[in-house]
Design a protein around this ligand. Structure first.
Ligand code: AMP
Length: 468
């Protein structure tokens, strides 16, 4: 997960308001909060050096007005973190800064997961590099800093092809802002424009929030350098003929208000619900979503099935996503803390409850139970994605394979485990069709086990903490 953003503004704007670049990054990060809630940071430059503020916590808690004054500058970048490699602690918060004696400082923010970080770290370590964090992003940063080349452009061209996995990167030096996507384009990254400034952000919703106009997506494999001359492609690492946007961005990760590769996430989720209604109809009196991510899909299910849409669960908006605390124990408590059921809607009714996914299987059982305790006569669980049977190595913290309920149990066993009357999952074909695209545009490895680059199946998020 994680959200990244960046801005390069014209000199006149910074002269007028020296806090504008950092302020726009703050509001962009606010709009990307759903992508990570552990830590947040902004790096900014006035063309001479880099200044960084990063702390643990939500964006609104991390930054204060005086921080924006400290950051200053005309170019900035931001990061909000959900850990996929390295634990949740301040040392691993981003942006990370590396220094080169000749080229100076470079700040980096990473969304994704570099799957050969351990090997690269061993190689660099043997050459004398020292690492202070357990995050793969530091490995990426050091790989860039220690690559041969007389400029950052050269070093990026040299280092990036050695990285395997998923990486949407935003990089800031005093001279330029870089936006980079891995060859498959696993994680999204978009380019925007506002009052002469150039912006990049993980999702278009961040561009909308600050009133920027969407220009285009950064292409898979594209290395874009942005400075006063505008954006320039300094390298193209695209995988010939294959793209691999994470389809789970459409299912769950991205904001419904974003567009991924030009496709509306909201419309995709509605279509997922419609197709789900065709594939798994139910005899019921009400369709209710598990808020918030499944609301569009429940709207689609209700429309296609003709069963009325109702709210049956109210979510406490001030509690973050279920996965905020990365321990199973806390996740279990979260269900009760997170939702209140509406007895007057549910009493005596047969309900279809729509959710986006079942991962570990800790959420659905308590939800079915909550609905029954508030009077639901029958509970028909419908899921707008196929069973998740394989771990993700490309930037979604989805648990190890053994923790995935669908890797251990059949659909019928899961139905019994969660206590639903019926359970239906959207098919792989239906999910892809809902995006309006084709299977070869997406990475669907968590559903199919077909990884687009070879993975070591035992890799886990603390891999770099085990290095002596
Ligand atoms: P569970 O089956 O208990 O592991 O959790 C499934 C719920 O968590 C679903 O309602 C999803 O909305 C949500 N969810 C799915 N994937 C993720 C993820 N990678 N991070 C956070 N929440 C997720």
């Amino acid at each position: 997960m994680c959200g990244v953003c960046g801005i390069w503004s014209p000199p006149a704007r910074a002269a007028e308001d020296p806090t504008e670049a950092a302020r726009l990054m703050f509001f962009s990060l606010y709009a990307l909060q759903h992508r990570g809630q552990e830590s947040a940071g902004i790096a900014a430059t006035d063309g001479r050096d880099l200044r960084v503020v990063r702390r643990m916590g939500l964006v609104g808690q991390v930054f204060s007005e005086p921080d924006l004054g400290v950051l200053g500058g005309r170019a900035a970048m931001g990061h909000t973190r959900y850990s996929t490699t390295g634990s949740s602690k301040i040392q691993n918060a981003q942006p990370l800064v590396v220094r080169d004696d000749r080229l100076g400082e470079l700040a980096i923010g990473h969304n994704g997961n570099c799957i050969n970080a351990r090997e690269i770290r061993d190689e660099l370590g043997a050459q004398g590099a020292r690492f202070v964090t357990s995050s793969d992003t530091e490995v990426v940063a050091q790989a860039i800093a220690s690559a041969p080349g007389a400029s950052w452009d050269d070093r990026l061209r040299h280092a990036l092809p050695t990285l395997a996995g998923a990486w949407s990167l935003v990089i800031l030096t005093p001279a330029a802002l870089y936006a980079v996507r891995d060859p498959l384009g696993v994680r999204p990254l978009s380019l925007g424009r506002r009052d002469g400034a150039w912006l990049v952000a993980s999702e278009t919703c961040a561009l909308d929030t600050i009133g920027a106009e969407f220009v285009r997506d950064v292409e898979p494999g594209e290395v874009l350098r942005i400075d006063d001359r505008g954006p320039e492609r300094v390298a193209d690492l695209a995988a010939q003929g294959r793209r691999g946007l994470c389809i789970f961005e459409h299912v769950y990760l991205a904001s419904a208000s974003s567009r991924l590769g030009g496709v509306s996430v909201y419309a995709t989720r509605e279509r997922m619900g419609e197709i789900l209604a065709e594939e798994h109809p139910a005899q019921a009196d009400a369709v209710i979503p598990v808020p918030d991510s499944a609301i569009p899909a429940a709207v689609g299910y209700a429309r296609r099935s003709g069963i009325p849409f109702h709210e049956g669960l109210i979510k406490n908006r001030y509690i973050g996503r279920t996965f905020i605390q990365p321990s199973d124990e806390l996740r279990r408590h979260n269900v009760a803390l997170k939702y209140n059921a509406l007895g007057d809607v549910l009493e005596g009714r047969r309900v279809v409850v729509v959710d986006d996914s079942i991962v570990r299987g800790n959420t659905s059982g308590p939800i079915v139970d909550l609905l029954r305790r508030h009077g639901a006569r029958e509970v028909h669980m419908r899921i707008c994605s196929p069973p998740i049977r394989h771990a993700c190595y490309f930037g979604v913290d989805m648990a190890r394979r053994g923790e995935l309920i669908a890797a251990r149990l059949s659909v019928e066993e899961i139905r019994r485990h969660i206590g639903a009357d019926t359970l239906g999952y959207l098919s792989l074909e239906g999910m892809v069709r809902a995006t309006g695209g084709t299977a070869d545009e997406y990475c669907s490895a968590c559903f199919t086990g077909e990884y687009l680059v070879p993975v070591q199946l035992e890799l886990d998020k603390s891999v770099l903490e085990k290095v002596p």
